[in-house]
Write a protein that binds this ligand. Sequence first.
Ligand code: FES
Ligand SMILES: [Fe+2]
Length: 376
Amino acid sequence: MTEVTERPRPERWRNYRSAAGGLQEYWYPVALSRTIRGKPRHTKVAGHEIVLVRHDGKVQALSDRCPHRQVPLSTGSCIFPGHITCIYHGWTFDLKTGQLSAALTDGPRSPILGQVKVRTYPVEERCGLVWVWTGEGKPIPVEEDIPSEMLRPDAKCFYLIREIDANWRYAVENGFDEAHAKTLHRSSLWTLFKRLPAWHETEIVSSADRKWITRKPLAVHESDDYPGLGRWPTFKPWQLKRKNAAPNTVSVRLPCTLRVAQAGSFGWSEFEWYAPIDKDKYRYFQIAVNWPQSWTSRAAWFIRYWTYIIWFHHYDFNNQDIRMIKQMPDSHPEHFFRPDVSIVSWRQLAEKARDFSGSDQANSDNHAPAHVTLQA
Ligand code: FES
Ligand SMILES: [Fe+2]
């Protein structure tokens, strides 16, 4: 076994450290599609203040700062079809191009016309969500940044979306973290009937398309003897040993996406985005996905989600994670131990994040090394 011990070294994880406010050349989910209508709505993603508004069935996104005096355009309104008018002095912008079409309070022939525009952002809608491209480069197809399982036409998704006061990178690391579930989540209702082991020997492997890295358990130590302390953990009588009990399969990909394929016969997966709002806040998308093939299984999926998955998993279980992430200071000394091979691997992945090289095509070769062989 290889010991993985990391001490803080400022030159390490350069991309990771500079991306406190979010990786830029990516598509991010920002809102549920059904919540964006004809009334302008503000959002913020990866440091970008954005106004979203639906016109002719399509969502448009513009910078949410009027170039005149920086008042948010989202406080304005769509007086003219296909345009947004600033509430303060009436500058009116084309939703598609961002060009200033009129400065109402300076008459129809205002000399400012043709001199000003606001930034527009590429927008797509998939899986019931609005996606915004925050990059400087030409956007790649949005499907590149959405897990293929979610794009399947038979995918049935339930969403919980909330804003968390913490840095997005710690949230990703928590999601992919090898060790914490075995202590932190032992008290959750979600694991009440599960035998959470003491520790795993783990390998991190890349998917064939090199987008995901996955924690692969090599050996499970259900309980163990700790010198001078005794045996840990002990199990409750109702935590029965199950034959062939498989662990969940946990994977992560850029920019901030987690997948937990749930073990067992129910066959659902949890997808999460920790979409940065800025360096102090992220938008937490918790998406439970299943692929029911009949109306009875669709009904069962609906019932299962609303009777226990949302309460026990999305709230009780994941709130334990949130409590930890919120308590991590901005910058802190780190002293890694073997299970942090998961975090080291994620940071290696983040170092290879897509970037804007100055060409007209964003670099899409952003993915994981072929195989990460660190082993705890
Ligand atoms: S601030 Fe928007 S028109 Fe003046
Ligand atoms: Fe957790």
